[in-house]
Design a binder for this molecule. Structure first.
Ligand SMILES: [Zn+2]
Length: 183
């Protein structure tokens, strides 16, 4: 005759208890908590919920937060007649997208101008980055974050790129122009 239903020492874990339903062992287990100085031992369920939080496959690939959006930023560096072009793709929440945007945009503003070809398509890249980021910033505030987002750092006006574009580039043109001034 089988013993009556109840909690018994777990045959697979002598430190815990397993529920015997009167016919067979079930999957329900409990751990014996360390006994407090006074009073009986406390039974603590090992599984409190069957609906564990799952990673959101549509969340930000950096911090896990939603909503997130597939976004692509570009950066470009000109070197006389050569250039280096990079794309930065990812599925990001608006905060992580802003961090990526600042990085790519600052780099492009600083380095994009210094080549014959890039002088013409750097403004296009700058515009595309602005457009991509405006869509990312249209996302709702991130929720369910599971990891730290990318650090945004200072905004573009606190980075060198935009000042190189606004001051350095005209200065370079003036110097170049003066050097070629017909005498
Ligand atoms: Zn994120």
């Amino acid at each position: 005759v089988a013993p009556p239903a109840g909690w018994y020492t777990d045959p697979s874990d002598s430190a815990g208890l397993r529920w015997w339903d009167g016919q067979q062992w079930t999957t329900a287990t409990r751990q014996l908590a360390p006994a407090p100085p006074t009073g009986p031992a406390i039974l603590v369920p090992t599984q409190t919920s069957t609906t564990a939080v799952r990673a959101d496959p549509h969340g930000c690939q950096v911090c896990g937060a939603g909503p997130a959006r597939a976004t692509k930023f570009r950066s470009v560096r000109g070197m006389i007649v050569l250039f280096v072009w990079r794309t930065h793709c990812g599925r990001w929440c608006r905060d992580c997208a802003e961090a990526k945007f600042r990085e790519a945009q600052n780099f492009t503003l600083a380095w994009g101008w210094w080549g014959f070809f890039t002088l013409f398509f750097t403004p296009v890249v700058v515009g595309m980055n602005l457009y991509e980021n405006s869509k990312a910033q249209g996302l709702a505030a991130p929720t369910n974050r599971r990891a730290a987002p990318l650090p945004k750092g200072g905004d573009l006006f606190h980075r060198p790129g935009i000042w190189i574009a606004l001051v350095g580039l005209p200065l370079a043109f003036i110097v170049f122009g003066l050097g070629h001034w017909p005498s």
